[in-house]
Design a protein around this ligand. Structure first.
Ligand code: G6Q
Length: 547
């Protein structure tokens, strides 16, 4: 094991930058953004960074130059550079699963070389991409016919977690670039309602199912896949029809074959692609079918541009590093529990849900790489909604509540749907919200408006609420790739600082195991009664009411 994959020698809280940050945070806790901006009129242009068409304004953060210096020192002392290099060179940095972490290889251009166990994986990546493109072209052109000779009009992706959230998010984000004469749906939940509603108005003769599962053993996905098979067979009759209406995306050829899908209709990927980092692998087949191979490749180019930026830019200009460090700052020195991500673009409506998995499954860890319990906070809770909707519901708490919630505002200079002055109205809200959160409204300002005394405290905005504002030119496949890569690498930065394994997810296992036991009881194969009194009573009550 290299030093970059092993647990760091010095515990985080013993690093000298950490100790300095602790002392420094006490000193500047009461410093207000109003003061910081007053003292430095150039702050709003100085504390910004730009790369690959992404403009990051981080001036509205409760930081000074000293804070930034110390955060950058923390990155250095944490060995972030070595960890970045270890990821890009295919070292097995996912130590608990003994795997390389190489989503960056999924978007490496032809000709680049990335070795895993001595073998270059880039040619394999492009071989799959080319097969996906050829298949997508056949379906999109109508050349690929269903069992009864009709072209495919509907595509249903069946998958869950990393095999669902990325594809749904990307489809919604790139809807404007998608085939409008085709229907794309996503079934993930084992709740039969998900499947029933997704298929109720579709004709099986024109429907293609993509069974997306890295392992091809996931309970929800396999249950839905078998239901889909029965649904298709009911209409199409013939077992042979499966070959025309089902394709698989998986790493498990054996299980795919067992299910009845010919491996020539299977698109593979590799164990070095984590589920939540897989939307640009074959898991993105539904995205490619929707937007076409060319747009898919543009998305990959966007990812790659930020990969290169992350890999090579000095930390003080490195967008994901800066964002990651600022997140650590509030999480660990201001007790901030959550981060709100607020995209001002309706097409990004599933982006917060996607980021929830990316950030919380990656960094929701309670032990270090060495297996020791952390004595600091790790991953914050991520949540959000597209603007301006959130403004009319939960923003109240962000502005005037008792909790500190750092926010990411994401906006685009150009809209894909120019309608009157809608876009200027939308963007005026981005700027206004970040301004209001930072500077608030003092009692004096409220009084000066003629507010009666008793009402003044209710109308005061304390301000000093930190935000990132991320501006891009336009939502395109390329900018979507850039945006996702920005967050992927910010998550990486945070995980490296916290000395945790951001690439495993043992926390999802226990519930799965217990559910497997309980299903036996619900189906009457097991007499049950072996749980705690609460679980036993709930199961009994359910069985009685279910009848
Ligand atoms: C992501 C997780 C998890 C995974 C799903 C689906 O990082 O590993 O969300 O993607 O459990 O797994 P399969 O693709 O194997 O069905």
């Amino acid at each position: 094991m290299s030093t970059a994959t092993a647990a760091p020698a010095t515990p985080l809280t013993q690093l000298s930058a950490w100790k300095s940050l602790k002392a420094h945070s006490e000193k500047i806790r009461s410093l207000h953004l109003r003061q910081l901006f007053k003292d430095d009129p150039g702050r709003g242009t100085r504390l910004t960074a730009e790369a690959e068409g992404i403009y990051l304004d981080f001036s509205k953060h409760r930081i000074t130059d000293e804070t930034l210096k110390l955060l950058l020192e923390l990155a250095k002392e944490s060995g972030l550079r070595a960890r970045i290099d270890a990821m890009f060179s295919g070292e097995k940095i996912n130590i608990t699963e003994k795997r390389a972490v190489l989503h960056v290889a999924l978007r490496a251009p032809k000709g680049e070389k990335i070795l895993v166990d001595g073998q270059d994986v880039v040619p394999d990546v492009h071989e799959v991409l080319d097969r996906m493109a050829a298949f997508s072209d056949r379906v999109r052109s109508g050349e690929w016919k269903g069992h009864t000779g009709k072209p495919i009009k509907n595509v249903i992706n069946i998958g869950i977690g990393g095999s669902d959230l990325g594809p749904v998010m990307a489809y919604e984000a790139l809807r404007s670039y998608s085939r409008r004469d085709m229907t794309f749906r996503f079934v993930s939940n084992v709740d039969g309602t998900d499947f029933a509603e997704a298929t109720r108005d579709l004709d099986a003769e024109e429907t293609l199912f993509i069974i997306s599962s890295k392992t091809f053993t996931t309970l929800e996905t396999m249950t839905n896949a078998h239901t889909a098979r029965a649904w298709a067979l009911k209409k199409l009759g013939d077992e042979k029809s499966i070959a025309k209406h089902f394709v698989a995306v998986s790493t498990n050829a054996e299980e795919v074959t067992k299910f009845g899908i010919d491996t020539k209709n299977m698109f593979g990927f590799w164990d070095w692609v984590g589920g939540r980092y897989s939307m640009d692998s074959a898991i993105g087949l539904s995205t490619m079918l929707a937007v076409g191979p060319e747009n898919f490749r543009k998305m990959l180019a966007g990812f790659h541009a930020i990969d290169e930026h992350f890999r090579t830019a000095p930390f003080e200009k490195n967008l994901p590093v800066l964002m990651g460090l600022l997140s650590v700052w509030y999480n660990d020195f201001f007790d901030a529990q959550t981060v709100a991500v607020l995209p001002y673009d309706q097409y990004l409506k599933r982006f917060p849900a996607y980021l929830q998995q990316l950030t919380m499954e990656s960094n929701g860890k309670h032990v270090t790489l060495a297996g020791e319990k952390v004595d600091y906070q790790t991953g914050p809770i991520f949540w959000g909604e597209p603007g301006t909707n959130g403004q009319h519901s939960f923003y109240q708490l962000i502005h005037q509540g008792t909790k500190l919630i750092p926010c990411d505002f994401i906006g685009f200079a150009k809209t894909l749907n120019p309608l009157g002055n809608h876009h200027d109205l939308l963007m005026s809200n981005v700027f206004a919200q970040a301004e209001a959160l930072a500077f608030g409204k003092t009692p004096e300002e409220v009084e000066a408006e003629g507010t009666t005394d008793w009402l003044v405290p209710h109308r005061v905005f304390e301000g000093n609420r930190p935000t990132n504002t991320i501006l891009l030119e336009e939502l395109t496949p390329e900018t979507l790739g850039k945006l996702v890569a920005l967050y992927e690498h910010s998550v990486f930065t945070q995980g490296a600082i916290w000395q945790i394994d951001s690439f495993d997810q043992w926390g999802v296992e226990l519930g799965k195991v217990l559910a497997k036991k309980i299903i036996g009881e619900l189906e009457g194969k097991d007499p049950g009664g072996k749980h705690d009194s609460s679980t036993n009573t709930l199961i009994e009550r359910y069985k009685k009411q279910r009848g």
